[in-house]
Design a protein around this ligand. Structure first.
Ligand code: AHR
Length: 663
C-alpha cells in the first residue's frame, strides 16, 4: 500500500499499527551464569505467618467443633441455644441451664448446671463455628466432663442435627457419679452436612453438671487426638515452608497489655488454659465477630509440634511490653519489664531445655522430651518509636547473655517507609540487630515497582524478614479486597526481588495466612476454608511455587549485564539446587502480551530435557474459589533445550519456571 493513496482514517490506522509494531518488545536475550554462586538461599527463605485472625485457630486449624465448650466466654452461653419448644409442646418448664463458678479455679472458672424437669422437652444445642462440618460415615470423638449432684439422669444423648432438626448421628453416655468424671464416646455422621449442630438431650430428670464438652474429628492431622484439621495442615505441609511464625501479628501485642498473648497460659492441660477474648473480635466495624475467643487449645506446644511436623523452623514472636499502638499503646514501665523478659527466657527453656529444667519438664510431660531446637525468637510485632528500642535493648541483653546463639528478630513497625520505619532501622542498625521484620500491605503496582527494594540494602547490615506482605486489590484492610490473579502475579514479580537479594533477605511470608469464609475479619488471605472444605488462592500457588523451587544457590540472570527487574514488564531470578543438580529459572511476565525470551546458560552443561511450569489465568480479576479451587494452578510440561539456549514464549500475565538438569 502506498502512503499517498491512503485516506485520512487509513493513515491514522497505519500510524497506530506502526506505533504498535515499534513498541512491541523484540525477543529478549537473558544470560545465566551457572558456575558462580552469588549467595546461598537460606532454607528459611519462604515460610508461613500464622495468626489467630479470621477464625484461623479456634474455628479453623484447631479442629474443635464446639464453640465455647467450657462455658467461659464473657457470656457463658454464647454458642449454646436452649430452644423453648419441644416435641410435646412442653416448654421452658422442661428445664434450664445456668452457669456456675467453680470455687478456687482461676483458669477453668465456669461450668454448666442443667436442671432437667421434663426429659421429653429439654434440649441444649451448640451451633459450632458458623455450623459444624460433618462428613458421611466419618467418626467424631466426643468428650465431656459430667457430674450428677442430684436426681436421676440416666442418659445424656448427643445428636448431630441439620438445620431442619433431622438427626444425622447419635451417641449416648450414662453418667454414673455425683463427682466429676470424664467420658469419651464416638459419634458417626450419617450424612455430609456443612451446617450441622449438636443437640444434647437427657433421659431422666434432676440436676446434671457439664463442662468441657468437646468434639473432634477422629481423622485429624497425624491422627492426633484433639488435633488439627488435616486438610488445612496438608496445604501448609505441601508448601514445604522454611519456618512457621506464630502466634501473629497484632494478637501478640493485644489491644491492652492485659489482653496480650501470654504463651505460659497456652501450655499444660487444655482444660486449664485460660480463655481470652480474641483481639480481632470487634476490631473492624465491617466485620464484627463478637463470638471470637481464644481457647488456646492450639497453644505454644502445638505450634512447636506443627512446626516440627511440617519441617519448618519455629519462630515465636513475643510481647515486648507494649500493647498495640493502633489501639491503647499501653506501655510497661522499663523497671517493670522483668516478667516479660522472663517469659522470653522461659520460652527458650520450654523449647530447648533439658527435661530436668522446670519448663523443659513441662514440655516432656506434654509428650515431647526431645528439645524442639528453637533457633529464632521475635521481640515485639509492629512496634515503633523510642519506647520499642528501649525495650528491645533490655530483651536483647537478657536473651543474648543466657542464650548467645539464639537469633533475635526485631521489628521496623507497620509501614515499609516513613518516619517510624526510618527511625527504627537507624536505631536497630546501631544495635547490630540480626534480623529486622518489615511489613507491606500495598497495591499490586507497588509490588511491581518494588522488585528492586532490596538491591541497595547493606549486605553487612541486619538481615531481612519480609514478615507480612500481601498485595491489596482495593486498600489495606478493605473488606472488598480479593485474592485476584493480578495481586498474586504482582507478588510473583516482587518475590523475584526477594530471591535476587537472598544475600540479605533471609525469611519471607505472606500474611494473613488463612480465613474462615464466614468468620473472617481481614482479607485477602492466602488460604480460605469453611467447615468442610479448604482451598489455596492464586497467592498460595505463587508462594508454593517459590517455596518448593527455591534452590540452594543464587545465580545471576541478566539482560546485557543488567538484572531483570521489570524492564519491559519482565522480572527474573535464577538459582541452582546443588543437591538435586537442578537449575531453576523463574520468569514473570506482567504484560498483557506474550514475550519471547531466550535464556543463555553459561558456564556449565545442562541436559536437553527439562520441565516448564506455568501459572497464569485469562483475566487479572480471576480468583480461585470453593467451586473452582484449581482455576489458577500450575501446569507442568516437558521442556526441550537447543544447546545452551532455552527459548520460551512467556504467556501474557504469567509466572513461568524452567527446571533444567545440570550434567
Ligand atoms: O496480618 C494482619 C495484621 O496486619 C497483623 O496482625 C499485623 O501485624 C498487621 O498489621
Amino acid at each position: 500500500m502506498k502512503l499517498k493513496t491512503l485516506t485520512k482514517q487509513g493513515l491514522f490506522a497505519f500510524l497506530i499499527t506502526v506505533l504498535l509494531v515499534n513498541t512491541s518488545v523484540a525477543q529478549q536475550e537473558l544470560s545465566v551464569n551457572l558456575s558462580k554462586t552469588i549467595a546461598p538461599i537460606q532454607p528459611t527463605m519462604y515460610g508461613i505467618f500464622f495468626e489467630d485472625i479470621n477464625f484461623a485457630a479456634d474455628g479453623g486449624l484447631y479442629a474443635e467443633m464446639i464453640k465455647n465448650r467450657s462455658f467461659e466466654f464473657d457470656n457463658p452461653f454464647m454458642g449454646w441455644l436452649q430452644p423453648k419448644s419441644d416435641r410435646h409442646s412442653l416448654n421452658s418448664n422442661s428445664g434450664i441451664a445456668t452457669a456456675i463458678k467453680y470455687t478456687g479455679n482461676p483458669t477453668n472458672t465456669t461450668y454448666c448446671r442443667i436442671k432437667v424437669n421434663n426429659d421429653a422437652g429439654y434440649q441444649l444445642i451448640n451451633e459450632g463455628f458458623r455450623g459444624m462440618g460433618i462428613k458421611k460415615d466419618a467418626a467424631y470423638n466426643l468428650y465431656v466432663s459430667a457430674a450428677k449432684p442430684s436426681g436421676n439422669i440416666k442418659t445424656i444423648i448427643f445428636q448431630f442435627i441439620d438445620e431442619s432438626g433431622n438427626v444425622l448421628g447419635e451417641t449416648k453416655i450414662a453418667p454414673t457419679t455425683a463427682d466429676w468424671k470424664d467420658y469419651t464416646v464416638q459419634i458417626s455422621a450419617t450424612k455430609t452436612e456443612a451446617k450441622a449442630k449438636i443437640k444434647i438431650t437427657f433421659e431422666g430428670t434432676g440436676d446434671i453438671d457439664l463442662d468441657m464438652i468437646s468434639l473432634f474429628p477422629v481423622d485429624t492431622w497425624q491422627g492426633r487426638k484433639n488435633g488439627l484439621r488435616k486438610d488445612i495442615v496438608q496445604l501448609l505441609y505441601d508448601m514445604k515452608p522454611g519456618f512457621l511464625r506464630f502466634p501473629g501479628g497484632c494478637i501478640v501485642e493485644g489491644r491492652t497489655l492485659e489482653q496480650r498473648y501470654q504463651w505460659k497460659k497456652t501450655v499444660g492441660a487444655v482444660e486449664d488454659r485460660e480463655i481470652l477474648i480474641n483481639r480481632w473480635n470487634t476490631e473492624f466495624d465491617h466485620k464484627l465477630t463478637p463470638d471470637y475467643f481464644q481457647t488456646f487449645g492450639l497453644g505454644f506446644f502445638e505450634y512447636f509440634l506443627l512446626s516440627e511436623d511440617i519441617g519448618a523452623e519455629a519462630l515465636p514472636i513475643l510481647s515486648c511490653g507494649m500493647a498495640c499502638q493502633f489501639n491503647t499503646g499501653e506501655l510497661v514501665p522499663l523497671e517493670e519489664l522483668d516478667p516479660y523478659v522472663q517469659d522470653a527466657l522461659d520460652l527458650i527453656e520450654f523449647a530447648n531445655g533439658d527435661i530436668t529444667t522446670h519448663w523443659g519438664k513441662l514440655r516432656a510431660d506434654m509428650g515431647h522430651p526431645k528439645p524442639f531446637n528453637l533457633k529464632y525468637i521475635g521481640v515485639g510485632n509492629e512496634q515503633w518509636g523510642s519506647a520499642y528500642i528501649e525495650r528491645y535493648k533490655v530483651f536483647e541483653k537478657a536473651i543474648k547473655s543466657k542464650y548467645p546463639n539464639m537469633i533475635i528478630v526485631s521489628g521496623s513497625g507497620p509501614f515499609p517507609e516513613g518516619d517510624y520505619f526510618e527511625y527504627g532501622w537507624e536505631e536497630l542498625k546501631k544495635l547490630n540487630a540480626e534480623i529486622v521484620d518489615e511489613h507491606y500491605y500495598k497495591s499490586p503496582q507497588w509490588f511491581k515497582d518494588n522488585a528492586t527494594r532490596y538491591d541497595a540494602y547493606d549486605r553487612k547490615g541486619p538481615k531481612i524478614f519480609a514478615g507480612e506482605y500481601a498485595a491489596q486489590s482495593v486498600a489495606i484492610a478493605s473488606p472488598k479486597n480479593k485474592n485476584t490473579w493480578e495481586c498474586a502475579l504482582s507478588e510473583a514479580a516482587f518475590i523475584t526481588g526477594l530471591e535476587r537479594n537472598a544475600e540479605v533477605v533471609h525469611l519471607t511470608s505472606y500474611a494473613p495466612l488463612m480465613a474462615h469464609a464466614e468468620g473472617w475479619q481481614w482479607t485477602p488471605d492466602m488460604i480460605w476454608f469453611n467447615n468442610l472444605d479448604v482451598y489455596g488462592t492464586a497467592n498460595y500457588e505463587v508462594q508454593k511455587l517459590y517455596a518448593t523451587n527455591k534452590g540452594t544457590d543464587l545465580l545471576s540472570i541478566t539482560n546485557k549485564g543488567i538484572d531483570v527487574t521489570g524492564q519491559n514488564d519482565l522480572y527474573a531470578t535464577a538459582s541452582k539446587d546443588i543437591k538435586n543438580k537442578t537449575v531453576i529459572i523463574k520468569l514473570v511476565n506482567t504484560s498483557a502480551k506474550t514475550q519471547d525470551v531466550v535464556v543463555n546458560l553459561l558456564g556449565k552443561k545442562v541436559s536437553s530435557k527439562g520441565t516448564i511450569i506455568i501459572l497464569t489465568s485469562e483475566n487479572l480479576t480471576d480468583e480461585n474459589s470453593f467451586e473452582t479451587p484449581n482455576k489458577i494452578s500450575p501446569k507442568k510440561a516437558d521442556f526441550k533445550l537447543k544447546g545452551k539456549r532455552a527459548s520460551v514464549s512467556l504467556q501474557p500475565n504469567s509466572f513461568t519456571i524452567l527446571k533444567l538438569k545440570l550434567i
